[in-house]
Design a protein around this ligand. Structure first.
Ligand code: 6PG
Length: 478
């Protein structure tokens, strides 16, 4: 038994993670349901480090040093349960199963609880960064017991991405499903970021009248400022790409139906359960959904819209500048919402998550990596009890400065009939939070009228009901 760690499930993510461990000098046991994949990994990449291939689960488990660290990289859902059922009987107390898939955190909680009974640590681990990240350094979000992290943490930190200050993009998030929860929110924020960028593109294209190549240039410029991020960088690449078959901009030959595998939807479903408003993420999920409804879109295609007047060159330049501000302010809002969600779940499940550390480990390796995350880290370092990112002095000042441009962009979008659900939802959330009085008072009145649901008053403690069907006097409700 000599392998430091084992990886089972050698599709591209598992294979690249195994190679990453090996490249860092760790002996890696490798296993796959169909052995041909194990053999090809060793044939192709055996020179990168020390691999211990095994065909039978018993041999795979037997080749691991104790306590055993077994990374499972299979499709989330049933396949994960199947692998656990196969390997758990071969393990001993103290061993660890690390699930690196995009599992639902409630599944992770269930699996963790059941394996804990056998003394086996189940470490639901979020891994972000795609294939390249898995090989060169992902951002890693392990949940599970603190004890398991003592043994596992150093290995994971070793292969993780490193932030600019050299610190590893991996930390123990919290017990049971905390790691997968945080990965889920990462993906929700990823959806929101992508949607906001897509809206910015749409506005530059159809309101400012820029061609894709020019928009690519605009994004490149933005990427040198506070929007500096991986997603903006790859957006410029995609927009600058020309389709070889037609010679047209690539973005014009791709079907405009956005797909999804489910983590964004989970984020919104979970936010609804937790009662946390994540409107930016929700709008991003719905926008993908709308794009996929060919039937509805076909049925509505001939509905009238406003006449679009082309902008002057000067006007377009100024508008593009405003879009940059609107994008930034909307981004701050969706991150604020995502962080609120992590904070609420931390309380709900007793996870005690360090909110600043989440920003710290997303600075490198993951899909939403961005210069901006170091500022979120700093905001929570300055005030760990920050109720919302929007209350941080620096972010508040920036968003405040951006608000005129933000409003101008949303109203111009409306006037031109270009959908901007992300920008508009973010601005609406901002305005709702800062409102002195919300019309929720009226909602309460209506509820009391039709259902005697009671209301609270601004001037006295307690619940009240008005006799709407009678003399309209007010009674205390008990
Ligand atoms: C990551 C990505 C990764 C995956 C997304 C894609 O962090 O590396 O988020 O997990 O690419 O889940 O999600 P959709 O297919 O739902 O867009």
């Amino acid at each position: 038994a000599s392998a430091h760690i084992g990886v089972t499930g050698l599709a591209v993510m598992g294979r690249n993670l195994a190679r990453n461990f090996a490249r860092h000098g760790h002996t890696v046991a490798v296993h796959n349901r169909t052995a041909a994949r194990t053999r090809s990994l060793v044939e192709e990449y055996g020179g990168e480090g020390t691999f211990v291939p095994a065909e039978r689960p018993e041999d795979f488990v037997g080749s691991l040093e104790r306590p055993r660290r077994l990374v499972v990289m299979v499709k989330a859902g049933r396949p994960t349960d199947a692998v656990i059922e196969e390997f758990a009987p071969l393990l001993e107390p103290g061993d660890m199963i690390i699930d690196g898939g995009n599992a639902h955190f409630q599944d992770t909680r269930r699996r963790e609880a059941s394996l804990r009974e056998r003394g086996v640590h189940f470490v639901g681990t979020g891994i972000s960064g795609g294939e390249e990240g898995a090989l060169h350094g992902p951002s890693i979000m392990p949940g599970g017991s603190a004890e398991s992290y003592e043994s596992l943490g150093p290995l994971l930190e070793d292969i993780s991405a490193k932030a600019q200050d050299g610190s590893p993009c991996c930390t123990h998030i919290g017990p049971d499903g905390a790691g997968h929860f945080v990965k889920m929110v990462h993906n929700g924020i990823e959806y929101a970021d992508m949607q906001l960028i897509a809206e910015a593109y749409d506005l530059l294209r159809h309101v400012a009248g820029f061609e894709p190549a020019r928009i690519a240039e605009t994004f490149r410029t933005w990427n040198t400022g506070r929007l500096d991020s991986y997603l903006i960088e790859i957006t410029a690449e995609v927009l600058a790409h020309t389709d070889a078959a037609t010679g047209l901009p690539f973005v014009d030959v791709v079907a405009d139906r956005a797909e999804q595998k489910g983590t964004g939807r989970w984020t919104v479903q979970t936010a609804l359960d937790l009662g946390v408003p994540v409107s930016g993420i929700a709008e991003a999920v719905f926008a993908r959904s709308v794009s996929g409804h060919a039937d509805l879109r076909e049925a509505a295609r001939t509905l009238p819209g406003p006449e679009r007047r082309p902008m002057s060159e000067q006007g377009a330049e100024a508008f593009a500048h405003h879009v940059e501000h609107a994008l930034y302010a909307s981004k701050v809002v969706s991150y604020a919402q995502g962080w609120n969600m992590v904070s609420a779940a931390g309380e709900e499940y007793g996870w005690e998550i360090d909110l600043g550390s989440i920003a710290a480990i997303w600075r490198g390796g993951c899909i939403i990596r961005a210069a901006f995350l170091d500022r979120i880290r700093a905001a929570y370092a300055a005030d760990p009890g920050l109720p919302t990112l929007l209350a941080d002095k620096e972010f508040a000042a920036e968003v405040g400065e951006a608000q005129d441009a933000w409003r101008a962009v949303v109203s111009t979008a409306v006037a031109h009939g270009v959908p901007t659900p992300g920008f508009a939802a973010a601005l609406t959330y901002y305005d709702a939070l800062r409102a002195e009085r919300l019309p929720a008072a009226l909602t309460q009145g209506q509820r009391d009228f039709f259902g005697a649901h009671t209301y609270r008053r601004t001037d006295r403690e307690g619940s009240f009901h008005t006799l709407w069907g009678g003399d309209r006097t007010e009674r205390p409700a008990d």
